[in-house]
Design a protein around this ligand. Sequence first.
Ligand code: SF4
Length: 316
Amino acid sequence: MSDPRTVTDGAEVLLAKPRGFCAGVDRAIAIVERALAVHGAPIYVRHEIVHNKFVVEDLRAKGAVFVEELDEVPHGATVIFSAHGVALDVRREADARGLRVFDATCPLVTKVHVEVAKMRGAGREVVMIGHEGHPEAEGTMGQSDSGMYLVETEEDVAKLAVANPDQLSYVTQTTLSMDDAARIVAALKARFPKIVGPKKDDICYATQNRQDAVKIMAPRCEVVIVVGSPNSSNSNRLREVAKNLGRDAYLVDNVDELRPEWIEGKRTIGVTAGASAPEVLVHDVILRLQEMGAVRVRELEGIDEKVTFPLPKGMG
Ligand code: SF4
């Protein structure tokens, strides 16, 4: 049998801090669990409650039924909106169909929705910086029936045609790369000098803290493993941040995706996790790295997050 040890003898695993679950993900999962406990299965969930396969499978086993559209939900049933938020149309449809709704939209996404409503109320068009096809972008774009534009790149900004450049504002998706967002905001300001936006941007504390932690960790290691699902925006950004710092970086949904050749001969391996990835998956990766020969595991200094969000009224 071949020797499972592949990393350099004495190799060390560095853990980014913070990593993994954020307050919005904790709350969203708690809402589904609470709804199941109080109302019983099935509880319908529109879209993956958070973008993590392990979390979704776990809740499915407990009686959650994941659907993409509300027409898949029987009349009068209970439905939960995912942490990414929904367009106004979806809320209207849920009302029209007599569904009981629990809203797991992260309060930091709701904050962006409120910004959009205020900007549109003030007669401004709104440019959203976000990823096309991502449910958060769709939900935020759907906060107004008109006057919204989605841009993803500086090229999109160059091509943008708006009704009135003097009455323009912008918002951002909460899980963008801070560096990319800063570049796109700069491009918007260069092209539309009167554009107004939120004080900084709408990137949430959890996205920012996890990216900052990778910026501290990546220069100290030879390879970075990010635990997260392929459809998780903030997990993909963590991998990009490490790559932009010149490190090999890989996204794994679970330990079985960890490939020995990525870490062969490495002396320092960095590990982090996206905001929707549970810590148990990080533990699995650490155990595997230890089986492969890592001898030390060290969590780096970092921010202690104290943010929590209450459950919706009537659920607490
Ligand atoms: Fe909320 Fe940020 Fe977590 Fe998304 S990543 S659920 S916006 S705290």
